[in-house]
Design a protein around this ligand. Structure first.
Ligand SMILES: [Zn+2]
Length: 326
């Protein structure tokens, strides 16, 4: 009997893996360092070993596995199982992940973008459960997003729909890896907020974080800004407020376009919670269509680091049954 579903969330730092029952109860969970610098073949071999180990722990045969879903950062082709490019992974180019997995596993394997597997997780099992129209934004090192409309995840022509992080906020702003500049993600992300803060310090502003970073600006983190905010630091309050406002302007446009009932904010930086979201909500209320903003709630994610792997398992299962088409 096919009773197991495997979910893998490949991140730049950690590989989060689990084996689930058919009802998506976690039976085994593992977190392993990615060791991304060792290259794609090393990382994929590591994932294979993790899966073999997890199945051994359950005394399960490959024949008992229904399928495996994997969330992979970067641009990819989910229909072909091909990863074009992945940020933070050196030499990661045109990697046939599904083919590679199929060399050792007899069960079907499906890949999707990691933000979308997070979206599946929060939508089916977390903050978005039961909602028909929602958006997930992941605020981490960068800014990612995925969209559910009328009960289906949007993919688009090249499976790259929902890239709110590349919405232009300034005609000529900070350069972005996408080739454009002034993109929302270059400001509203951990890296973006740290950069804004750094620019203000360079302009001669002062903050209590200066003592904590020991004169080395590269030691500054988004968490330090959040801590300084709580301690009443003027510059931290200002930068957090501005970052939240800019998030609000981006969301106002996205809400006008997609009319979601719920916006879920996830990723490491969502820990800033109301420090960031209060300013975002204020702008959304003022600047998006009233009928749309009144129907939309903005909340933080519920599943934290688990959303990606359970979402990947759900996605794999949906691809297998045909309920999810890409
Ligand atoms: Zn961009």
């Amino acid at each position: 009997m096919k009773r197991y579903i495997i979910g893998i969330d490949l991140g730049g730092t950690n590989i989060k893996s689990a084996v689930y029952s058919a009802a998506f109860e976690a039976l085994v969970e593992r977190n392993d360092p990615t060791e991304a610098a060792a290259g794609p073949i090393f990382v994929l071999d590591k994932i294979k070993r993790i899966v073999v180990d997890m199945l051994a722990e359950l005394n399960a045969a490959q024949e008992e596995v229904k399928c495996m879903g994997m969330g992979i950062p970067g641009l990819l082709n989910p229909a072909e199982g091909l990863s074009y490019f992945s940020p933070n992974f050196p030499e990661w180019e045109n990697i046939h992940i599904v083919q590679e997995m199929q060399k050792v596993f007899s069960f079907p394997v499906f890949i999707d973008n990691d933000v979308r597997t997070n979206l599946y997780g929060e939508w089916r099992f977390g903050a978005g459960a039961g909602v028909k129209n929602l958006m997930l934004l992941t605020l981490g090192t960068g800014l990612g997003s995925g969209i559910v409309m009328n009960g289906a995840v949007l993919y688009g022509e090249t499976a790259s729909a929902g890239e709110i992080g590349h919405m232009n906020m300034y005609r000529e702003g900070r350069p972005c890896r996408c080739g454009s500049s002034g993109c929302l993600g270059r400001y509203v992300s951990a890296v973006g907020m740290v950069r804004t803060f750094t620019e203000r310090l360079a302009e001669g502003r002062s903050s209590m974080v200066q003592e904590r970073i020991d004169g080395k600006i590269e030691n500054l983190t988004a968490q330090m800004i959040s801590d300084a905010y709580d301690a009443g630091d003027g510059l931290a309050i200002e930068v957090m407020h501005e970052t939240g406002q800019l998030l609000g302007f981006g969301l106002a446009t996205a809400i006008n376009l997609f009319n979601p009932g719920l916006v879920v904010i996830g990723g490491g930086m969502s820990a800033a919670g109301e420090r960031l979201l209060a300013s975002a909500r204020e702008i959304v209320t003022k600047r998006s269509l009233r009928v749309s903003s009144q129907a939309c709630t903005i909340v933080t994610a519920q599943l934290g680091g688990n959303a990606g792997r359970v979402g990947a398992a759900f996605y794999g299962s949906g691809r297998l049954s045909g309920e999810i088409s890409v």
